[in-house]
Design a protein around this ligand. Structure first.
Ligand code: NDP
Length: 388
């Protein structure tokens, strides 16, 4: 009999959080839920905490603490609030932690979970983009296991199973191309948030959906892959594959290429990370190759999707450039969702913030957060000048 594992889910009310809890609910005897967290949805968080019999529920935004406490009254589930409580929750020593907060807000709790030494399933790509070296170093020092949940990185991890990174010739990161794959640059100027969040293959939170539409998501994934699989960014290629059936590939020095395939359902990589190094049953649809019919591939277009070029440049520059790229993008995406700027302004703002940054090499997390804060302020000013 396998031992019951303690699980914490950061970002429990989000898209990845819900998929994680869905899998856990299918084997209630295998897991004990330690902490669940959210930011601004105390009612949703309390509902999850009660349903999954969590020990602790943490709401990041303190103004929702009273609502969370009231919703949990009489349940025996502890309620807490604030950034510090989030970090404390990450240090509870869960056997397995899902890092699924969106944005750089997930950085400190994810780092705290890595420092605690358990298994961390990482969906929160922005934290690795912003502070990849420090996070990988924290995992190395504590002996934590970092498992990639982003479907592409999970695919690469599966394709690498048992092989040496030195034998890898190329990593091929596949991209769906997003909802505007065939849209001209001129036509993209007028797209609305509603159109941009409508991803053709995946159902995801708003921020990552916009990132997929600008293809910044693939740029962030390039930097993420560079930290997880240290082959050098020049050996990581992006290929547009509109069907999203191949989730990524690894080409070895003997020219053999291994691909991981599956239906576009995040429960697949999450189930892999949950069961690793074993396998578990999942509710995902099996692939029906006769329905899939064909697999297409095309080169990415950096003219129409400048975010790809910006991310590669920031990744190659290293230091705090990726943190600046990510922070400017978060601010610009929020402004677009709020209808304060246009779709093409997102990458234009990121480019201007990057070009105004002189660069340093952050040796500690406070320096990453400092670069993040400055980039946010610069991006905020730019969103206001676009609006004016
Ligand atoms: P959602 O927007 O659906 O959920 C985000 C979660 O983070 C919610 O629980 C939200 O709480 C919480 N949150 C938001 N802001 C803060 C904050 N400031 N402090 C603490 N918690 C916060 O996002 P997704 O689930 O789509 O994405 C989560 C992460 O996973 C992202 O980094 C994304 O890039 C990555 N990812 C997502 C995929 C997907 O299919 N969705 C695929 C691959 C990676 P509340 O509900 O209260 O706002």
């Amino acid at each position: 009999m396998t031992a019951v594992r303690s699980i914490s889910v950061f970002g429990a009310t989000g898209s990845v959080g819900a998929s994680t809890l869905d899998l856990i609910a299918r084997s209630p005897d295998s897991y004990r839920v330690l902490a669940l967290t959210a930011n601004s949805d105390p009612v949703g968080l309390a509902r999850c905490a009660i349903e999954h019999r969590a020990q602790l529920a943490v709401i990041a935004d303190e103004k929702h603490y009273a609502a969370l406490r009231d919703a949990l009254n009489g349940t025996g589930i502890e309620a807490a609030a604030g950034a510090g409580a989030l970090i404390d929750a990450a240090r509870l020593g869960a056997d397995w932690t899902m890092a699924a907060i969106v944005g750089c807000a997930g950085l400190e709790p994810t780092l705290a979970a890595l420092e605690s030494g358990g298994t961390v399933a990482l969906a929160n790509k922005e934290s690795l983009v912003s502070a990849g070296q420090l996070m990988m170093e924290a995992a190395r020092l504590s002996g934590a296991t970092l498992l990639p949940v982003d479907s592409e990185h999970n695919a690469i991890f599966q394709c690498l199973a048992g092989s040496k990174i030195a034998d890898v010739r190329r990593i091929i990161l596949t991209a769906s191309g997003g909802p505007f794959r065939e849209r001209s640059l001129a036509a993209m100027a007028a797209v609305t948030p509603e159109e941009a969040v409508r991803h053709p293959n995946w159902s995801m939170g708003a921020k990552i959906s916009i990132d997929s539409a600008t293809m910044m998501n693939k740029g962030l994934e390039l930097i993420e892959a560079g930290h997880l699989f240290p082959v050098g960014l020049n050996r990581i290629e992006i290929t547009v594959h509109p069907q999203s059936v191949i989730h990524s590939m690894v080409e070895y020095r003997d020219r053999s290429t291994i691909a991981q395939l599956g239906s576009p359902d995040m429960r697949l990589p999450i189930a892999h990370a949950l069961a690793w190094p074993e396998r578990m049953d999942s509710p995902c649809e099996p692939l029906d190759f006769t329905t899939v019919g064909r697999l297409d591939f095309e080169a990415p277009d950096e003219e129409r999707f400048p975010a790809l070029r910006l991310a590669r440049q920031a990744g190659e520059a290293g230091g705090a450039f990726p943190a600046v790229l990510n922070a400017a993008n978060e601010v610009a995406v929020a402004a677009f969702l709020d209808r304060r700027i246009g779709f093409l302004d997102i990458s234009a703002i990121v480019e201007r913030v990057l070009s105004g940054y002189s660069g340093n090499k952050p040796a500690k997390i406070a320096e990453v957060l400092d670069a993040d804060r400055h980039a946010r302020e610069a991006a905020q000013r730019l969103t206001e000048s676009v609006k004016a």
